[in-house]
Design a protein around this ligand. Structure first.
Ligand SMILES: [Zn+2]
Length: 434
């Protein structure tokens, strides 16, 4: 329990940082100028440009802003990354910014990670340390700039620098991630009220994949998975709520990054009757073409190599968002989890088959529409969970469907129908057992 209290403290710490109150800047940062300290916390700063300079030994990252901001930069391993936590920033960068790298930086991403907090994640080609990080005031026609200087190091030096970073005030890596991964997401977190449960309807958790600095897959054009699946999930929520029989909880309702473990936590804390994660797949160009919707359930062993590839790609979300991949310790005995999980998997599989039965009447399905693999987001031991890949953004026909209002409405209808049939059975069973 001590560690939980600790997490709460760290959460507070992260939120304070996010609110642009004084918090330590890791690394040998220069003293901040008075202009840097005079920060209006209320209006988000606007980022207008980001660029990289240098070579494979020394690389510099520069972010142009309309005003100075507080920041906290640190390195993470496995894979090697630099994470920059900043107050909420309105990113108005050119489309495609960060897609290509330079020097030590392979690529970078940016976006909202919590209300009031944004993050930039730089993917590194190998171990590096932050040699300098500072804000520059506007000067010589240049706007205020956030600057990070990085230098290639060997593994021993990397570990040393990381240890020094955590000593110099930032929480240890695992704790930093816990702090960042626990904030209240857009969806209301449970406020358990044991006296009088205000709403006893079964809860359906709908989980639009990705979000914030994790864009998910991307078609050749401008369409991003995170936007497609959010639109679909919101339409599904509206459809399910119409019947009034179920309460719907969303893991996100806007373009925010939510770590995978937090999505699972939402389902568990809500004692959800069902968890449905919504995604859209893409096949790398050299792997040919595929089309149609696929429904995935959890298994220790992937049903085929494509399922394995996909689970691996989807499980990368945390690394993309800058969160460490360390498994969170569970607070229930393993044996109980095992028992619950077996039953839950039976229900998950039952729902997957039901869903396929409904969807195949209205939607083009993949030639093997039911698959399984080790998706981290499906790991709630006590909540039946499925992940639906609506189609392939890499396939022209599928993409046309995915962006079509008529297709979405049809598909949402068949999913809502399957959810209704599944839950009606469960509710009837529970009633009979009492
Ligand atoms: Zn996805």
């Amino acid at each position: 329990m001590a560690s939980r209290a600790n997490h709460r403290f760290l959460l507070g710490f992260a939120l304070l940082c996010a609110a642009a109150l004084p918090c330590p800047v890791a690394g040998p940062a220069k003293a901040q100028s008075p202009a840097t300290l005079a920060i209006a916390a209320s209006v988000p700063a606007i980022a207008t440009d980001a660029r990289l300079a240098g070579d494979a030994k020394q690389t510099r990252f520069v972010l142009d802003l309309d005003k100075a901001i507080k920041f906290r930069a640190f390195t993470l391993a496995d894979p090697y990354r630099v994470v920059v936590d900043i107050p909420q920033v309105d990113f108005r960068l050119a489309s495609g910014a960060g897609a290509t790298g330079r020097g030590l930086v392979k690529a970078f991403r940016y976006g909202l990670v919590m209300p009031g907090g944004s993050r930039i994640v730089l993917d590194l080609s190998g171990p590096a340390k932050i040699t300098n990080s500072y804000m520059l005031d506007a000067a010589n026609g240049q706007p205020p700039r956030l600057v990070l200087e990085m230098e290639q190091v060997d593994l021993a030096a990397f570990n040393q620098a990381a240890a020094a970073e955590s000593k110099s005030g930032r929480p240890a890596i695992a704790d930093a991630n816990a702090a960042v991964s626990t904030p209240t997401p857009a969806a209301p977190m449970p406020a358990p009220n044991p006296a009088a449960p205000p709403d006893s309807r079964p809860v359906v958790v709908i989980d639009p994949g990705h979000g914030g600095l994790d864009n998910g897959t991307r078609s050749g054009g401008e369409v991003m998975e995170k936007d497609l699946v959010l639109g679909f999930a919101l339409a599904l929520r509206d459809r399910i709520e119409k019947s009034g029989k179920y309460r719907v909880v969303m893991t996100r309702t806007d373009d925010t990054f939510i770590p995978l473990a937090d999505r699972v936590k939402i389902a568990r804390n809500q004692s959800a009757a069902l968890f449905v994660s919504i995604h859209a797949d893409a096949l790398p160009p050299h792997e040919g073409d595929a089309q149609g919707a696929t429904i995935y359930t959890l298994s220790d062993k992937a049903s085929d190599t494509e399922a394995e590839r996909l689970a691996e790609a989807e499980n990368k979300a945390d690394a993309i968002g800058g969160v460490n991949l360390t498994e969170e310790p569970t607070d229930v005995a393993d044996i109980l989890i095992d028992l619950a999980q077996r039953e839950t998997r039976t229900f998950s599989n039952r729902f997957a088959r039901l869903l396929m039965g409904e969807m195949k009447n209205t939607v083009r399905m993949h030639k093997h529409p039911l698959k399984s693999a080790g998706f981290r987001v499906l790991k709630a031991p006590d909540v039946p969970s499925v992940l639906v890949e609506l189609g392939y953004v890499s396939n022209k026909g599928d993409l046309d469907h995915l962006v079509s209002e008529a297709w979405r409405s049809k598909t949402v209808g068949s999913m809502a129908q399957a959810i209704d049939v599944f839950l009606a059975k469960r509710v009837a069973k529970a009633g009979a057992a009492n």
